[in-house]
Design a protein around this ligand. Structure first.
Ligand code: ADP
Ligand code: MG
Length: 276
């Protein structure tokens, strides 16, 4: 298991790639050798790290040629960060989760040693935690999982599901590092995030504000930490990096049962009524 393997899971659109790429950049700033692995079939996780050209995904290369070597799937990013995109099958054909497990098999076959990096950052789609999407934790790649949430019901549904997977793999050494509150869709449900953390025996690692500069950084194919290094978002990501490097032992999360999650999400008035 990569002791410093950090998987960022979360609902689609919750800011995983934005935060994961900025996190890799912050780790590199600390002088660490970083491997960044995008495990989303969209294969867009390392766009901000590899600024030129298209990154060939492992599945894309594997489907198009039989002569696969490590250099065809490892891209050199800024600050010496090595980037890999798992990619996925043709849209509408095949199973995306399977693409992720195949990617890890291929990396091993190609002799890519995850252990030769100081940190490995995984950016993983978390709307579904089928066997394939659980590979980074199930097969002992990522030791720690952090989940991006905005506080909306859908983001917490996804987080709760991810926690169920983390809990299942706790005995294999997987730990929930905590939640990353990212409020780019608004602050309306922000107060739910610490309450959800408390209810599930987790914690909030860091709060990331809405930041219009994030889109500008994205358009310029750079991370927010490199675009506005003194801004609040960059500060939050650097704080996240330092917190992740200092994690002690962590208890298994306690995901909510479906009814308890519904009660948690119910507006206060409805909650009182159901309690009667
Ligand atoms: P995911 O990888 O979870 O699907 P992304 O990182 O691609 O999500 O983010 C989705 C969109 O939200 C992107 O357009 C991104 O620029 C924007 N975004 C994410 N975080 C923030 C933020 N803190 N402030 C402003 N926009 C953000
Ligand atoms: Mg993404």
């Amino acid at each position: 298991m990569t002791e410093r393997g950090f998987a960022i899971y979360g609902k689609g659109g919750s800011g995983k790639s934005t935060i994961a790429a900025a996190l890799s950049s912050s780790f590199a700033d600390l002088g660490l050798r970083v491997l960044h692995i995008g495990c989303d079939p969209k294969a867009d996780s390392s766009r901000a790290l590899v600024r030129h050209g298209r990154i060939r995904s492992v599945m894309g290369v594997a489907l198009s040629t039989r002569l696969l070597d490590a250099s065809s799937v490892l891209a050199k990013g800024i600050k010496g960060i090595t980037c890999v995109e798992a990619g996925g099958p043709e849209p509408g054909v095949g199973c995306a989760g399977r693409g992720i497990s195949r990617t890890f098999e291929l990396l091993e076959e190609l002799g890519v040693s995850l252990a030769s990096y100081d940190v490995v950052v995984y950016d993983v789609l978390g709307d579904v935690v089928c066997g394939g999407f659980a590979v980074p934790m199930r097969e002992g790649h990522a030791r720690h999982v952090a989940i991006t949430v905005s506080g909306t019901g859908m983001s917490l549904f996804a987080a709760n599901n991810i926690m169920r997977a983390v809990r299942r793999f706790h005995r294999n050494g997987v730990r929930l590092a905590g939640l990353i509150g990212n409020y780019h869709t608004g602050e309306a449900f922000r107060d739910r995030v610490p309450r959800f953390a408390a209810a599930t025996g987790s914690r909030v690692l860091v709060d990331v504000p809405f930041d219009p500069q994030v889109q500008k950084a994205e358009e310029s194919r750079t991370t927010i930490c490199d675009w506005r290094p003194r801004g609040a978002t960059a500060k939050a990501v650097r704080l996240l990096a330092s917190r992740l490097l200092e994690l002690g032992d962590l208890p298994p999360p306690r995901p909510l049962e479906p009814d308890a999650l519904e009660r948690f999400l119910a507006p206060v008035r409805t909650r009182k009524r159901t309690a009667r």
